[in-house]
Design a protein around this ligand. Structure first.
Ligand code: GRF
Length: 220
């Protein structure tokens, strides 16, 4: 049991990404252990999911803290006490301070529902639909001091169709999130991540598929 990667998962809402991580751990396909789930939102459904699986939870309501620094100090404390190796932001809707980033240098990852660097920030599925892009997707990346700017670990691409709404696109993207987030965590658990500045290399990777995708499809 000693070589399991110890995770701290931070959530604010539904926690479907948390669920996909729990499911893969329970199936035995992800050699990790969730030491703690932390939510800044006491109502987050993700807390119910975690408790159902016997995972320790902490609620740090940001409204109870005078400043971001105070909130992050407590968050650092909770995560260090839990002895986590990797911080997994899974729909965590708070910007982290420099102190937090420094405390867990190169150990914080996030999932974003767009193909970064396109559409950082919030409401990105609506922005992708409004812009008229033909592909969007999701990105797992290291967290740095910018908003969704850290080095990219893995991405998944989905088509955007003319009849898509933000909701239908979000659902298509979310399905992919549930595949690539556990995969990214597995890379860490297996010690396969090499970060070279902005470029992230995965050791012992399958040969990449060089096939191009087209949307709409080519006539011939
Ligand atoms: C996901 O779309 C994630 O990419 C974004 O927030 C959403 C969280 O969903 N950061 P859930 O709470 O994991 O269901």
């Amino acid at each position: 049991m000693t070589d399991l990667l110890k995770l701290g998962v931070l959530i604010s809402g539904s926690g479907s990404n948390l669920q996909s991580i729990i499911d893969q751990i329970e199936k035995g396909t992800l050699p990790a252990q969730i030491k703690i789930v932390v939510s800044n939102n006491p109502e987050a459904f993700g807390l119910t999911r975690a408790k159902k699986h016997g995972i320790p939870c902490a609620v740090l309501n940001h409204q109870d803290y005078l400043s971001r620094e105070d909130f992050d100090r407590e968050l650092i404390h909770v995560l260090q006490n839990a002895g986590v190796d990797l911080i997994v932001l899974a729909g965590f809707m708070r910007i982290l301070t420099q102190s937090f980033l420094r405390a867990f240098e190169s150990k914080i990852i996030n999932i974003h529902p767009a193909l970064l660097p396109a559409f950082p920030g919030t409401h990105v599925q609506q922005k992708a639909v409004d812009y008229g892009v033909k592909f969007s997707g999701c990105t797992v990346h290291f967290v740095d001091e910018g908003v969704d700017t850290g080095p990219i670990i893995i991405q998944s691409v989905v088509p955007v169709c003319l009849d898509d709404s933000a909701e239908t696109l979000a659902a298509r993207i979310l399905e992919e999130e549930h595949k690539i987030y556990p995969q990214a965590i597995r890379y860490f658990a297996e010690g396969r991540i090499i970060k070279n500045g902005r470029r992230v290399e995965i050791k012992n990777m399958k040969n990449p598929d060089h096939t191009a995708m087209h949307n709409p499809p080519l006539d011939r």
